[in-house]
Design a protein around this ligand. Structure first.
Ligand code: PLP
Length: 424
């Protein structure tokens, strides 16, 4: 189907056929949901042995009684686990509670209220702003929005954020005090940052406001579907550029063990960790060390973690293959949309023709298929071109992903043809 070269008569004919198909689908009264990147029950089952693994032995290898208060940095063995995931030294890791998003919120608050490493708190700037590579992760944007921190879109390319744009913005605006990055299997595009991008990001600290921080949300650090994809080390790059204070890294086991009961990690320079802990010590006497110990026993060796992630990949692969097959079959030879083929992570990002995403999502919803709301992958929920749709195939069973995708491709076709007819 090529819309740009189609005659009005051809478009009208397509519209009639597609509308009839759409009506038939609506009669099925479907109720499917491919909105959020949650692990499926099968994936959660992989970690069921966490339950009971302590078997009454609550002492960590270093003698800590994990049932008691204390240990703001987290258990040593849990910090080792975070260090393995993020490929950084354990001394530079804090193992926290169940959510890396909480740690990110906490870190933004630290920068905003108190400033990192002796720098001016962001709230004292006239108009503090974060750079937001787009499309991106909606919950990052919600943190900024809630705190009144401005957001500036930076386009994503297939090697990471557009660094020419990022450098230009950082150089010319001292109020830019952060950037959100999902460097591996980015949410939602699936892109992994290239060596050049990582290197240029590491150099931003040389030209930015000294309080500037890169929020390196490595949520999908070990979530490869096929062979392992290598993400260059931001830590090494910042050490080489004398900008180690400019990066704060995050990860968690949310999509490794239990999404709601995992362990989250933050890693950064000693100066930044001290700033984080200064605020943290007023908030808590220590994290859930019992859960940290459960995770450390479950993944006694890093190889066990890797084997575990392969089992996740086996469950996820057919679902991603199904989405990609449906897209290829329907749009491979068309001008109706573009998408990335992710090698890991949780999403497939689809761009419709300009101005069609909202309508596709509405049509799909009316036919019983819930998609992430239009604009969700952009700050303030505003996709300037109304194109991006995030597809999250992990949670529903394969048959449901397949049915949902059949509805999705039909809605893309119908919305595109109708839009073209309006414009013609
Ligand atoms: C990029 C990204 N960061 C963070 C999270 C949430 O992580 P956590 O469960 O550790 O808070 C998600 C979940 O979808 C995510 O996609």
């Amino acid at each position: 189907m090529h819309i740009d070269s189609a005659s009005r008569e051809q478009l009208q004919e397509w519209e009639k056929e597609l509308s009839a198909q759409y009506q038939r689908i609506c009669e099925h009264e479907l109720s499917l949901d491919i909105t959020r990147g949650k692990p499926s029950a099968d994936q959660l089952h992989l970690a069921d042995k966490l339950d009971g693994i302590l078997n009454g032995d609550y002492r960590a290898a270093d003698g800590t009684d994990t049932r008691n208060y204390g240990g703001l940095d987290g258990l040593a063995c849990a910090r080792d686990l975070g260090a393995d995931i993020l490929q950084v030294p354990s001394e530079e890791v804090i193992a926290g509670g169940n959510s890396s998003l909480t740690l990110m919120y906490h870190a933004v608050l630290t920068g905003y209220l108190f400033g990192f490493a002796g720098n001016t708190p962001w709230r004292e700037l006239e108009n503090p702003k974060f750079l937001c590579p787009v499309p991106g992760y909606d919950r990052h944007f919600s943190i900024c929005e809630q705190l009144g921190i401005g957001m500036v879109n930076v386009p994503m390319t297939d090697s990471g954020p557009d660094m020419d744009a990022a450098e230009e913005l950082v150089r010319n605006d001292r109020d830019i005090i952060g950037i959100w990055c999902v460097p591996k299997f980015s949410n939602p595009t699936g892109v992994t940052y290239s060596e050049d991008t990582v290197d240029r990001l590491a150099q931003l600290g040389q030209i930015a406001n000294p309080g500037f921080r890169i929020f390196w949300d490595n949520a999908y650090a070990i979530h490869d579907l096929e062979q392992q994809v290598n993400l260059p080390s931001i830590r090494s790059a910042t050490l080489a550029n004398d900008t180690a204070d400019s990066v704060i890294q995050f990860a968690s086991t949310s999509k490794v063990t239990f999404a709601g009961s995992g362990v989250a990690f933050v890693s950064s320079s000693p100066a930044n960790l001290a700033s984080l802990k200064q605020q943290m010590q007023a908030m808590t006497i220590g994290p859930d060390k019992v859960n940290q110990l459960r995770h450390s026993r479950f993944f006694a060796e890093f190889t066990m973690l890797k084997e575990h992630m392969q089992k996740h990949a086996e469950i996820l692969k057919p679902k991603f293959a199904c989405v990609l097959e449906q897209l290829e079959k329907s749009f491979g030879e068309s001008d109706l949309g573009e998408w990335e083929k992710p090698r890991g992570g949780y999403f497939v990002s689809f761009n419709t023709r300009p101005g069609c995403a909202t309508e596709v999502i509405k049509l799909a919803a009316d036919a019983g298929v819930k998609l992430t709301p239009a604009g969700a992958t952009f700050p303030y929920g505003k996709d300037p071109e109304d194109r991006n749709i995030r597809i999250a195939p992990s949670f529903p069973p394969l048959e449901e992903v397949d049915t949902a995708m059949s509805v999705f491709v039909l809605c893309v076709k119908l919305a595109s043809v109708r839009k073209q007819l309006q414009m013609a």
